[in-house]
Write a protein that binds this ligand. Structure first.
Ligand SMILES: Nc1ncnc2c1ncn2[C@@H]1O[C@H](COP(=O)(O)OP(=O)(O)OP(=O)(O)O)[C@@H](O)[C@H]1O
Length: 473
């Protein structure tokens, strides 16, 4: 969609807001970058932004406005997403749109680059997958959509959802080709992928950036026909020293922003205005990239209850046991810190292993605790997650590797046995619970802290705008 050219000499104040109230107050805000002569403004759509001075309408307002009238995903997607994909979406149980789907899909269907910034568990995956199904052509043998993820686990999960939606159309729908989805993930069988990528490229590729760049550099993979590029957990990818340089190459050298639609997604985009500025300046996106920010004044899902228990360091395990015995959680994730290099060198047991040992010996009825951490071999991690998904009742001991994107909707309890390093990690850990978009069920996040750590938790509360209540055990 064409956006207005704004002369830099007549720039209005940096944020101009449009009200478009229908079912709830939503404001479109246009940030006018001062650094370039733009083809169109960076646009930010956010729900619940505090009212600010208003300006007249633009074509963008119509795009965002039109979606507040609709009540089903089908209504939003009609005319964009093929009928058999829509039917499949409904069969799986996705009928009503979540807030991010309602707000983002019309903008995505209009072809704009987007930064999807919405709470954990809000349905960002389905949002970008529906966009992908609206643009790819099943008859074309080329990689047309690429989803880049930070971990193998998240890649497998996204691939599974994409394959579920792309499942072979029913016999009655003959003539319709199914979409091929390939996972190209670190730790996978890359030799088999090389042949496949060359001989019959899939329409949708889900990849970790390391494996992907290897394939592009060795010319097994051509991104010349790429229509949509999605970078999931984008803030994590940019903050990872292992992934950032490959990611930048992918965004600027291996494909061009002008030939593709670019979508960045995450529940946390620190300094998002700065990030949007970089998107344009670094040529990761087009000038008129849209920032879709759902619930900016409530970064974490409201179904999460946060509490803390204070105890002495040497009584932490015992206190934790009392909490578990009281909660009796069906499905829970216990986060422990990663082992430091110093502790590794000293030959100490990792915090996760000592937690597993403790649970096995002290917490009755807990014979199959699952460990998910970086050092666990890829295949073991994958089979553990599969086991968990099939079982429905689990106790997982994890480090932050599981905190990004993993979707285990049955999780009702999160325990921070060790506090995370920063507020963003807190948000992603807590967000492994409360992942049923339309459920009223409350989930609990419990933090075990020493009295000296209270101020750290307080800092997270201030940054993430939540209240943590003290409980005594
Ligand atoms: N329209 C819908 N109706 C019902 N359930 C939905 C809908 N959209 C998504 N879901 C479910 O919501 C859950 C969370 O979705 P998803 O994994 O996409 O969240 P996310 O926004 O990517 O979260 P995170 O930021 O933690 O990665 C999934 O179990 C998914 O199946």
């Amino acid at each position: 969609m064409a956006a207005t050219l704004l002369p830099t000499t007549k720039l209005p104040p940096p944020w101009l807001l449009l009200p478009c109230e229908r079912r709830f107050p939503v404001y479109l805000s246009f940030q006018l970058p001062n650094f370039v002569n733009t083809n169109g403004p960076i646009c930010s759509i956010s729900k619940s932004r505090p009212p600010q001075p208003l300006l007249s309408s633009s074509s963008l307002k119509n795009v965002a406005d039109s979606n507040f009238e609709v009540s089903t995903l089908r209504e939003i997607c009609n005319g964009h997403v093929p009928e058999h994909i829509l039917r499949r979406t409904e069969e799986i149980g996705f009928v009503s749109p979540t807030d991010v789907q309602r707000q983002a899909l019309p903008v995505l269907f209009s072809g704009r680059d987007c930064v999807l910034h919405a709470q954990t568990g809000s349905g960002k995956t389905l949002t970008y997958l529906l966009l992908i199904f609206s643009v790819i052509n099943a008859h074309k043998s080329a990689v047309q959509a690429l989803i880049v993820v930070p971990t193998r686990e998240l890649g497998m999960q996204v691939t599974k959802v994409a394959r579920m939606l792309a499942a072979k159309p029913a016999a009655s729908e003959h003539g319709l080709n199914s979409y091929v989805v390939m996972a190209l993930l670190d730790g996978g069988l890359l030799r088999r992928h090389k042949t496949w990528l060359k001989a019959d490229p899939p329409a949708i590729l889900v990849a970790t950036v390391g494996s992907l760049c290897q394939m592009v550099e060795r010319q097994f993979l051509d991104l010349g026909s790429l229509n949509v590029l999605v970078i999931d957990e984008v803030d994590f990818m940019f903050s990872s020293s292992k992934q950032v340089s490959s990611l930048k190459k992918l965004l600027t050298s291996y494909s061009s922003f002008s030939n593709r639609q670019t979508v960045f997604a995450s529940a946390s985009i620190p300094q998002h205005r700065h990030f949007l500025h970089d998107c344009v300046q670094q040529k990761w996106t087009k000038n008129n990239v849209v920032h879709i920010h759902i619930n900016p004044i409530q970064p974490m899902p409201s179904c999460l209850l946060h509490r803390f228990v204070t105890c002495e360091k040497n009584k932490k395990h015992q206190t934790f046991l009392s909490i578990l015995l009281t909660d009796k959680p069906q499905s829970a994730i216990i986060f422990a810190s990663e082992q430091s290099e110093k502790s590794k060198k000293a030959g100490k047991i990792p915090p996760t292993t000592s937690m597993i040992d403790f649970l096995k010996t002290s917490y009755g009825g807990c014979s199959d605790v699952i460990l998910l951490e970086e050092d666990v071999n890829y295949n073991l991690r994958a089979s553990s997650l599969l086991e968990v998904r099939q079982g429905g009742s689990y106790l997982i001991v994890a480090t932050d590797i599981v905190a990004r994107g993993i979707d285990l909707p049955e999780t009702t309890h999160i325990y921070n046995f060790d506090l995370p390093r920063c507020a963003i990690n807190y948000l992603h850990r807590a967000g492994r619970a409360g992942r049923k978009p339309f459920s009223e069920e409350k989930c609990v996040v419990t933090n075990l802290i020493t009295s000296e750590e209270r101020f750290v938790l307080q800092k997270f509360e201030n940054e993430l705008l939540f209240i943590c209540e003290e409980v005594v055990v």
